[in-house]
Structures are given as C-alpha cells and as structure tokens.
Design a protein around this ligand. Structure first.
Ligand code: 4AD
Ligand code: MG
Length: 465
C-alpha cells in the first residue's frame, strides 16, 4: 500500500481540498451497495460522524472485500471527492484497502443497530464503538479537561490525595477494605479480632470515600486546591445514580465562607455546561436526538438562570405544604431523598436549587456549626433530573467545636489526628465541595443511568469489564 499520512476522520470531513489523496483508518460501521459499487461508513472515534468510502468492486480482490463487514478495522487510501449522496459533504473514493482485523458477522455482537442500553452494558468491552458511547465518552473527556482548565485559570492547584487511606472522611462507614491478609486465615489478637497490625500497612485501611480531609491540608497551605480522582463507596444502593467507584472533583478554599462557596459552585457548573455546549455540540445533539430531546434546552436554561438559594428548613416547609404523596415522608430532621430534591427543582422552583443549613445530625462531622445549635453550614446543589449534583459546606474551623462533634458522633480521633491539627496550627475559615463527575455527565448527556456515563461501571455484582 502506498504510504500516505493518516488523516483523522474528523479532519477529513473538514478538508475542503477535493482531489487530495489521503489515508484514513477506522472501524466499519455499515456496508451496503450492489455488485458494482460498495459504500462503507467508517468511524475512527474522532467524531460522531462517519466518512463514506466508495469502493469500485471491480478494482479490488474479492476475498479481501468479503472481510469488510461491520466491526472490521481497515485502512483506506483514496481520493477525497465531493459526495454525490446526501448527508455528507465529502467521501473517499478508495484506491487501496488493507484489512487490519476482520470481525466475523456471525459472532460480532454489534452487527445491528438499535441495541438497548441494558444489552450494551453486558458488552461493555465493545460498547465504546457505538455512536452513543462514543459520544458519551468524548463528552466525558471534554468535561474532564474543562474542569482542569477552570481551576487552573482561577489559580487553584491540582492536589493529589491518596486512594488508600486509614480514615473515613465522611464518617459514614461504607468503605471497601484494603488488605493483604489471608482472608481464610487472618492473624488474630488476644480477643480473637483480626490483627491488622500484621497487615500490609500495619493497620486497617480502606479505599477513600473522599479526598476532602487531605484536600483541606492542601488548602491550608496552598490557599486553593482541587482534587480530581476516583472515589469508592461500598453502599449497596443499586440506584441509577450511584456507583461503587465514581470520580469526584473536590475544590477546597481557604478564606471562603459558605456564600463564596455557593458562588464558586454555581459559576463552576455554568462554566462546564457552557463549555459542553460549545465543544461537544455534535455529540450532545446526537444524544438528544436519540434519547432526550430536551437536554439542550435544560443546559441552556441552567446557564441562563440564577440558582435558587434557600435553607433546608424552608425547603422542608415547601415539601410539607406541597400536598405531594412522596414514597418517603418528609419532616424536619429527615435526610432528603431524590424525590424531594427533584420536587423542589422540577415542580416548585423550576430552577437549580442550593439548599443550605441542614440539620447537623444528617451531615458530616466537619461542617461548620451554626449558632442555633441545630444546623450546620452545609450546601447541596440540586439539579433537574439528577437531584444532588454537588455536596459541600463551610468547614468547622474551631478546634473545640470540631472535637465536640467528633466525640458526639462517636468517631475515633486516632485515624484523623493529623486532620484535627489543622485547627490547632493556623486554622482559618475555609470551605469546599464535591462534584460527582458522573452526575454532571448524566445532566450534560441526558443519559438516565449512571452506568452509561462511565466506561467501566462498578456496582454491586458488576465488575466483569
Ligand atoms: O455529598 P458527598 O458525599 O460529599 C463528600 O464526599 C464531601 N467530602 C465533598 C466535599 O465537601 N469535598 O459527595 C459529593 C458528590 C455528590 O453530590 C454526588 O454528586 C457524588 O459526589 N456522589 C456520587 N456519585 C456517584 N455515585 C455515588 N455513590 C456517589 N456518592 C456521591
Ligand atoms: Mg451529599
């Protein structure tokens, strides 16, 4: 085959210079045609759009042509010409074709179009090759980049927090343990309990549920940091919004109070959505056409409107007065379920909502305590279709108040002694929040199951790919 520079299909489709000889490589999406001419839709992942390859059957080896079936990978040399057909501006008239890898039509699972999302989850090793997942994963990339760009441009430092920790940041206790002990025959102490002093780290360890505690150490030195990494929760909640392994972005800022924190969260989300509308337009339009015709309207709506800010107490009053039949009854003191959050956002305010000042009993130990003795300076950002997309707070900066709360909740101080020291040495007012990347992606793509916005979802009983 003649050596030509490979051009990505996204580039080729933009090329105006007809008559140019180029090389493209990619996977066959469809092949149709007749005895004399074949049409191949080729995709290489660089764009949702395929490029059409036109093959003059008489010019090629029959054996080779037989291998050009859906799923096969090919390399094509040819001339870029104006397209005769509809739906594309240019196509490639093939002069040479090389088969990199065939895909037996009898065995290739993506032979036909229109598979259900459920079926595609069972072939997660191949689903990135579909239009849907190509689009979703390109959006995921662009959002990740935009997150780094946003914080970098604002002077925040990317601070790497550990994945293996000895502490429980959320105090919730649903953690995956990390151990190299022999589970069938672990060493035991005098009381018969597993002796973690003989484990790899010399103590009990787990996968992190949040980088926040370490992130606060960063903020108390660098001023403003963010983390962006995998986070693990062993909750057995099989919902369309929960993963056992998800990616979280956690900014933490010295000298920010709760209002600064809310302002940042709102600005950040609007920036990301604007970025998606600008840089992922074709992919989102495709997803909108396929799954959710209102997604672009929702994105524009969020960018154009102020978020409503109100307290948990006010929110509960609205819910109680709503007359709505909720699956979980609601009164002051209960943790809000997604049905309550969505009622406030979708039915009552019809706008994103930031709820603040939650009862301290349902929130984490580190949140700043209000003077009323009942509530803490928490903030949850609630989105249409999603419910909670961000959770955060101003932090308790007072050593004694923090210690009281640690004791009240029955937490051990031993695994977090280093965290408590931030309040002894140069403590400062500070705030932060956590954005779940997959929740953001659900909102931006309109996908309704969180398993469909991460390449390899981890949920109970699901870890095959
Ligand atoms: O509200 P969460 O639990 O807050 C924290 O972990 C804090 N340490 C954050 C902080 O203040 N630095 O989680 C934050 C966000 C949620 O709003 C949600 O978007 C996402 O993380 N999230 C999950 N996403 C997918 N699957 C799960 N199991 C999630 N749990 C939380
Ligand atoms: Mg939360």
């Amino acid at each position: 085959m003649k050596q030509l520079k490979r051009v990505k299909i996204s580039e080729a489709l933009r090329l105006a210079s007809e008559g140019e000889e180029i090389n493209v490589k990619g996977w066959v999406r469809t092949r149709r045609g007749n005895k004399s001419v074949g049409f191949v839709a080729l995709n290489d992942g660089s764009t949702i759009n395929n490029i059409q390859i036109v093959i003059d059957i008489a010019d090629f080896d029959e054996e080779m042509l037989r291998l050009i079936t859906t799923g096969a990978c090919i390399s094509v040399n040819g001339e870029l010409v104006k397209s005769q057909g509809q739906g594309q501006s240019v196509e490639i008239r093939a002069t040479e074709i090389e088969i990199y890898g065939s895909a037996d039509p009898a065995a290739y699972p993506l032979q036909k179009k229109g598979h259900s999302l459920e079926f595609l989850r069972e072939i997660a090793h191949l689903r990135p090759r579909t239009n849907t997942f190509g689009a979703v994963f390109r959006v995921r990339h662009h959002m990740s980049y935009a997150i780094h760009k946003y914080f970098n441009d604002k002077g925040f430092y990317y601070f790497h927090t550990p994945i293996i920790t000895a502490s429980d940041a959320e105090g919730a206790g649903s953690m995956f343990e990390v151990s190299t002990l022999d589970m069938n025959n672990p060493p035991r102490d005098k009381e018969g309990r597993v002796d973690f002093s003989q484990d790899f780290f010399g103590r009990q360890t787990n996968l992190t549920v949040s980088g926040q505690l370490e992130g606060e150490l960063g903020a108390m030195a660098l001023g403003a940091i963010y983390t962006f990494g995998p986070t693990f929760r062993a909750e057995n909640s099989n919902t369309p919004r929960h993963l056992a392994e998800f990616w979280m972005i956690e900014p933490e800022m010295a000298f920010y109070d709760i209002t600064d924190n809310m302002d940042l969260a709102e600005d950040f989300l609007k920036y990301l959505i604007r970025y998606a509308l600008e840089h992922c337009r074709e992919d989102i339009e495709f997803l909108s056409k396929m799954y959710d015709g209102e997604v672009i309207d929702r994105l524009n709506f969020v960018v154009e409107n102020d978020f409503v800010r109100l307290t948990y107490t006010e929110g509960v009053k609205i819910l109680e007065a709503s007359g709505e039949k909720f699956e979980f009854p609601v009164h002051w003191g209960t943790d809000l379920q997604s049905e309550h959050e969505r009622y406030l956002v979708e039915k009552h305010f019809k706008r994103p909502v930031i709820l603040t000042d939650y009862p301290r009993e349902i929130k984490s130990f580190y949140m700043k305590q209000n003077d009323d003795g009942k509530t803490v300076r928490a903030m949850d950002v609630l989105f249409p279709k999603i419910g909670e997309i961000i959770g955060g707070s101003e932090r308790e900066a007072d050593y004694n108040k923090l210690m009281n709360r640690v004791k009240e909740t029955g937490m051990h101080t031993d695994p977090i002694w280093w965290y408590l020291e931030t309040r002894r040495f140069g403590t400062a007012p500070h705030s932060g929040f956590g954005l779940g990347l997959e929740r953001l992606l659900m909102f931006v793509t309109g996908m309704t199951n969180i398993r469909d916005v991460i390449p390899f979802p981890r949920t109970p009983n699901n870890v095959e790919f």
